[in-house]
Write a protein that binds this ligand. Structure first.
Ligand code: NAD
Length: 431
């Protein structure tokens, strides 16, 4: 079993100790936990794609459906050479937890193909996407399983998959995939949803944790709060942009080459323009008052909020003692190892867990599905209003458990999500 699957299953096992007292029927509860440790369905096989040389090439493909007690399966499709069955199972499991935390009516799934897409021509990539959609056609659909983009897949790939799927089933069914371009039924606000949702959670967190609020409970003096963000891709950039617009002082950002720091705050718009032209931060023409720092230095900055928004396993046993932020706000998936997570908790540093703080993406995917099913499309204002409502409630529910049970935000998020799934399984009589 690989480490990421082991970690996902350990989260369920660890949470079961906490949940046990809520379920007097121990036999039934144990059965429910066991169900959550294995996926409901594993779809595994080979798909073949005709190469530019006319020869067929085979790729291993997976779709793993973890649990659908709360609604149709939901989860992205990853094209990467390091995809493995264990990784897909782990990510499918975490999707069940994320959808339950967000309070959206979905279960969890994930898909993947072992392929290096940078080695494929556009035509080969299109064929791979169509063959993958054909491969999973019997198992997906608006009321069964709703895939979305993930690493190395995007709106263009969702469009090719939708076309192949609809041709196979002989009718229009745009609610089968989310993350589509607007022209094919995508939602306004999806591109920035993960960053936007993160800022809504941060706002709710700061309002509830008055020690960081410099004026009074509902009006935060945002300029006093400093933020450092590792990663400046889709998630990091929109988080920085929206936080800055709200008046937060974003003092550091980074890409894989370098970090940039300014105590007075960075010009996020200028940094984004520079990145758009393909520049890397290591060569950024610095303005007075700003300086280059390493990614390691960024992680150790004494800021109010540290936002890992790049990679998994960024905060580890090796660097955890150097973390000086008051709050670690996980926007990447799995940026903190479990050892570092326990250490930070002991030290009194709150870690706001990924399944809550980056759930804005899947929440707006849910809104896309709702719009596709109803055939009526929302304004961006409405999308953001509904996102704020949904994600703020998700935070408030978790915060209540944190205070009631005196546990970390991660344990509280796991507690709520697993409880919601078990309750749904029990109501259905599955266990
Ligand atoms: P992206 O590819 O757009 O951006 C990744 C950023 O990380 C880039 O700026 C890159 O330069 C930087 N980076 C890469 N290696 C780095 C390193 N060693 N040190 C510092 N920075 C490094 O990806 P994204 O969509 O922004 O996703 C970032 C994270 O958020 C991932 O963990 C992803 O799984 C997670 N996430 C994304 C979404 C979404 O909607 N995009 C939703 C939920 C979670």
């Amino acid at each position: 079993m690989n480490a990421i699957l082991e970690a996902a299953l350990n989260q369920i096992k660890d949470t079961s100790l906490l949940l046990s007292e809520d379920y007097p029927d121990k036999k039934r509860f144990k059965k429910a936990i066991n169900e959550l440790l294995t996926p409901q369905r594993v779809i595994e096989g080979k798909i073949s794609v005709k190469g530019r040389d006319g020869k067929k090439r085979e790729f291993s493909a997976f779709r793993i459906q973890h649990n659908d007690a709360r609604g149709p399966f939901k989860g992205g499709i990853r094209f990467h050479r390091n995809v493995s069955k264990d990784e897909v199972q782990a990510l499918a499991t975490l999707m069940s937890l994320k959808c339950a935390v967000a309070g959206i009516p979905y279960g969890g799934a994930k898909g993947g193909v072992i392929v290096d897409p940078s080695k494929l021509t556009k035509e080969e990539l299109k064929d791979l996407s169509a063959q993958y959609a054909k491969f999973i056609t019997p198992y997906i659909g608006p009321r069964k399983d709703v895939p979305a983009p993930d690493v190395n897949t995007d709106g263009a790939i969702m469009s090719w998959m939708l076309e192949a799927y609809e041709r196979n089933i002989g009718m229009q069914a745009p609610a089968t995939f989310t993350g589509k371009p607007l022209e094919l039924g995508g939602s306004l606000g999806r591109t920035e949803a993960t960053g936007q949702g993160g800022v809504y959670v941060l706002d709710a967190y700061l309002k509830r944790n008055l020690k960081y609020v410099t004026s009074h409970a509902v009006k935060i003096n945002t300029s006093k709060i400093t933020i450092a963000i590792q990663g400046f891709g889709n998630v990091g950039y929109y988080f920085a942009k929206i936080a800055k617009e709200l008046g937060f002082n974003v003092v550091a950002v980074s890409d894989s080459s370098s970090g940039i720091y300014s105590s007075k705050g960075l010009d996020i718009g200028a940094l984004a323009k520079y990145k758009e032209k393909g520049g890397s931060f290591g060569n950024y023409p610095l303005k007075s008052g700003s300086k280059l720092i390493t990614n390691a230095e960024l992680l150790g900055l004494p800021v109010t909020v540290l936002v890992p928004a790049a990679l998994e396993n960024s905060i580890t046993k090796e660097n955890m003692e150097g973390i000086s932020a008051k709050v670690v706000f996980e926007m990447a998936n799995g940026p903190t190892t479990s050892e570092a997570d326990s250490y930070l908790h002991e030290k009194g540093i709150d870690v706001i867990p990924d399944i809550l703080s980056n759930s804005g993406g899947v929440t707006v995917s849910y809104f896309e599905w709702v719009q596709n099913l109803s055939g009526y499309y929302w304004t961006k204002e409405r999308v953001n209003e509904e996102l704020k409502k949904t994600i703020t409630k998700a935070f408030t529910d978790i915060d209540k458990i944190v205070k009631e049970k005196r546990i970390s935000y991660r344990r509280a998020a796991n507690y709520i999500s697993i409880k919601r799934i078990i309750d749904a399984m029990m109501l259905r009589g599955r266990v």
